[in-house]
Design a protein around this ligand. Structure first.
Ligand code: NAP
Length: 350
């Protein structure tokens, strides 16, 4: 199988001389964390509009482990039915230093410290990635280390997308269910930035964390049913797919927004949830919305600006080396990380 690196990968196949190699975490079959192996693969050859980045840090997020194990099964229709033929190298976000720039690039220079998102092209679990200078790469926030900057865009862009979808604005009461995960930690801070009154639902060990992110109220789901606290919300954002329709509708104002970010369970329960959502929306009890987060123009710049203004921070739970990436997958997949798990490349990240 040909391993394609970030971009089309066509350059490596067409090259007449042996391409330079780089280390990358590659999976050539769907399965448990062990299917991810460190291999030497062709280093990408960027085009004239591209910026080649030497990656210092990346993360393992929910999208990575879901693609790795083809969960839900829908993944097979996107990434190859019998094996991950289209995206063998995972990783959606990174931070590092610019190694080289294409001949017409004007916004970046060699040595710049940048952060970026490869989005649904993935490929960031590799020593080098390249992106067009206008597509998903920016100078990293000045007040963040590279490892912190690597852990901003997956959670930040997802949270921004769904808060916009939920039309969160000043004075609204919103509940963030699953406030301590990588999307939740940004959703709490961004909802506060938009002026909402925020209740975060998390477990006992994360109460202080979620309060420190700005939540006005916190509910410990291991001790209390969030729907029984006597509060009525304008919108409920379920980050982990576990809030449940009955409980959510009980504390949502009639016609309020139930925003489903995360999904839990197999394809059948996801489909059953979608059907129930359509029914609930038809009855007018609530408007149920979901979908897939996409970056809007300006999102990366806004997140960087908020970080630099001290209004947004990231949360790093654990750090792994590239050689330990299977461990990072296992930990992320368990569903209990606080914020992000970061994977660090050599030389040691600043
Ligand atoms: N639709 C989209 O475009 C989109 C975008 C991004 C992510 N997602 C999905 O959204 C989900 C969440 O993503 P993520 O990156 O935030 O996940 P994550 O970082 O893995 O979330 C883990 C967090 O969820 C908390 N949690 C687990 N069970 C909980 C429960 N019953 N009640 C409340 N909190 C609970 C955990 O804390 P404790 O264990 O301590 O409670 C942990 O802090 C994933 O399924 C992902 O695929 C969807």
């Amino acid at each position: 199988m040909t391993i394609r690196t970030a971009g089309t990968g066509a350059e490596a196949e067409n090259a007449t001389v042996a391409p330079a190699l780089m280390r990358a975490a590659v999976h050539t079959r769907y399965g448990p964390p062990e299917v991810v192996e460190i291999k030497a693969v062709p280093r990408p050859v960027p085009g004239e509009n591209d910026v080649l980045v030497r990656v210092h840090a990346t993360t393992v997020c929910a999208a990575d482990w879901r693609l790795r194990k083809a969960d839900p099964i829908l993944v097979r229709f996107i990434n190859g039915f019998w094996g991950p033929t289209k995206i063998p190298i995972l990783g959606m976000e990174f931070a590092g230093t610019v190694e080289s720039v294409g001949s017409v690039v004007t916004r970046f220079g060699v040595g710049d410290e940048v952060f970026g998102s490869t989005g649904f092209k993935f490929g960031a679990h590799a020593e080098y990635v390249y992106l067009p200078e206008t597509g998903g790469v920016a100078l990293k926030p000045v007040n963040m280390t590279l490892e912190e900057a690597a852990a901003v865009l997956f959670g930040g862009i997802s949270a921004l997308h769904f808060l916009r979808l939920g039309k969160v604005q000043a004075g609204q009461k919103v509940l963030i269910y699953g406030a301590s995960g990588s999307v939740g930690v940004f959703a709490v801070q961004l909802a506060k930035h938009f002026g909402a009154q925020v209740t975060g639902v998390c477990s006992t060990r994360n109460l202080d964390l979620v309060k420190s992110l700005g939540a006005d109220e916190v509910v410990d789901y291991t001790k209390q049913d969030f729907s029984g606290a006597g509060q009525i919300y304008d919108a409920v954002f379920d980050m982990v797919g576990k809030s449940g329709y009955s409980r959510t509708l009980k504390c949502l104002k009639r016609g309020g927004l139930f925003v489903q970010v995360g999904a839990y369970g197999g394809m059948l329960s996801i489909l059953a949830g979608m059907l129930r959502g359509m029914w609930v929306s038809m009855t007018g009890a609530a408007k149920v919305i979901g979908g897939v987060a996409t970056a809007a123009p300006g999102d990366q710049a806004l997140l960087k600006e908020l970080v630099e203004a001290g209004k947004l921070r990231t949360v790093i739970d654990k750090r792994y080396s590239l050689d330990q990436i299977a461990e990072a997958h296992r930990y992320a997949e368990a569903g209990h990380k606080r914020g992000h798990v970061v994977v660090l490349f050599e030389p040691a990240s600043r």
